[in-house]
Design a protein around this ligand. Sequence first.
Ligand code: ADP
Ligand code: MG
Length: 678
Amino acid sequence: KASVMDGDKFDNDLPTESPETSKAKSELEKLQEDRKTLPIYPYRDDLLKAVEDFQVLVIVGETGSGKTTQIPQYLHEAGYTKHGKVGCTQPRRVAAMSVAARVSQEMGVKLGHEVGYSIRFEDCTSEKTVLKYMTDGMLLRELLGEPDLASYSVIMVDEAHERTVSTDILFGLVKDIARFRKDIKLLISSATLDAEKFSDFFDSAPIFKIPGRRYPVEIHYTKAPEADYLDAAIVTVLQIHVSQSPGDILVFLTGQEEIETAEEILKHRIKGFGTKIAELIICPIYANLPTELQAKIFEPTPEAARKVVLATNIAETSLTIDGIKYVIDPGFCKMKSYNPRTGMESLLVTPISKASANQRAGRSGRTGPGKCFRLYTAYNYYTELDDNTPPEIQRTNLASVVLSLKSLGIHDLINFDFMDPPPAEALLKALELLFALSALNKLGELTKVGRRMAEFPLDPMLSKMIVASDKYKCSDEVISISAMLSVGNSIFYRPKDKQVHADNARMNFHTGNVGDHIALMKVYNSWRETNYSTQWCYENYIQVRSMKRARDVRDQLEGLLERVEIELTSNLNDLEAIKKAITSGFFPHSARLQKNGSYRTVKHPQTVYIHPSSGLAQVLPRWVVYHELVLTTKEYMRQVTELKPDWLVEIAPHYYQMKDVEDPGSKKMPKGQGRAAE
Ligand code: ADP
Ligand code: MG
């Protein structure tokens, strides 16, 4: 909790209260007092004055100063919500949800009423909502329906330093809106001090600095590089726990899987200590963590215990966790990179930047002096880490962004007002792909297909697959597949002691080597037939939570079908039709089997493999279409379906010619495996 000592500095104007009355204080009053202890509080009136005086304001302040939770409330209290909503964007889903939950508590209202959040496939807002937290991507989507953001009086682009693609695009769009809507206010808030760049971009908007309270942080480096940073992190946690004074620990890891592994190992090792050591409460936090479990990281640590938070980058600036005194920083994060030449996108574990390392260290010095243990050498830090992470727009596939911009009527992408422009090659590649998918015509204008695609909050290839399902009369199956794919790779689970059972259960859905897409559809349909039974999920080693999410996504997609006037039709017995619909979206992702069991992608030849988790991993069909590539030990295709090469020419004649799909000397080769046609 915010320390009382610091709070005293600002509480002088409050009447002193006797212990009896404070005991009787309601939870809400307590929260109201906590608000007053935040670093931003003394600047409340100055800040409101600045918002009144200037249309655009850049706000900088340390993580935890109260920007995200307080500013929208201040604006509400000052009356800005009388004539419109205050929208506050977050780069991360979890942050949007958690912050909205906190603010609704502080305001004593039910989440989803006055305070709500909106993230992809989940809208927790209502007519009443005046403070709306949302992902930056959601605000972009809202712009498609409301290009002038008429229902908003203030837009706060929060965590601006994160520089996600959506945030970068929003910069350009809201800047333009502010020019013709003089009544809208724009706040650009950021945790780091390179605010000049934001100010420059927004025509020299003034910068409002919230002086931080930052205590000294002792930095410790390892003497030699660590061979296994995960193990080193776990050892460090235990060392701190047994040897250092009270205070919680925050460990930065790269993703869900790593966090789960760390949690398991830690639990195991702690067991070994028996009752010899104090309780260690382990709290994981990552993007897909179920909401119920997220709250755990914010609960105060009991007196005799210590908390260790295992977090992804999300704890770098997006979420503020109180009570952290020790930070363990292995120096890595998962980062997207994109090769515009091949169009391949990959998510790789990469060294962080110096800026990130310093943000991470800072998490330990918020409420008192802290310590940061860097699991790399000082030499490594000074000579090998980049100063800053390049903005995402320079290392990502832009197809989805380009489609959104085109549907907003922005044609001249080269001259779009980018803070940092994307590589021309990446823009071109996106245009090419959208043209191949028939979303754009030769002039680069949005087609009817493209307009329909843009309605779906999905990757353009998935949207195209759905739009194409109309033709093949299988929209029911295809939206189920899309929903299952959107949930990610958390459908099946494989408990360590029951792997054989789990694998058998999974392979049931693959009977007939139907391919991974159809298998996902079968899982969904079987679950639906049991009337969404939880028991059925247990019996089949399927994660109930993922299935429920898939159902929510599917419901939304069904609603969107109506909007683009696609009838919901089922064509369950014609697997070829379903596969053709899949191919209509994913034909750029086709690959052909090589003699040695590897595959070669057709358009931009590259060697790839079927992921071992695929139902086709042992089957090795001659031609496949895949959902995505993941790079682990090899470049793997994940979610694979067999196709017939003729389909490529039939479905995308502008993209594939016969010569692309003919085998040299094909006459002698056995004719396909033909399964796709069965
Ligand atoms: P900033 O945006 O400047 O980093 P925040 O407004 O997110 O700061 O956080 C300010 C304070 O609000 C935190 O120090 C913490 O005490 C509290 N807080 C924020 N989110 C939560 C939450 N979900 N649960 C409990 N406390 C929270
Ligand atoms: Mg914040």
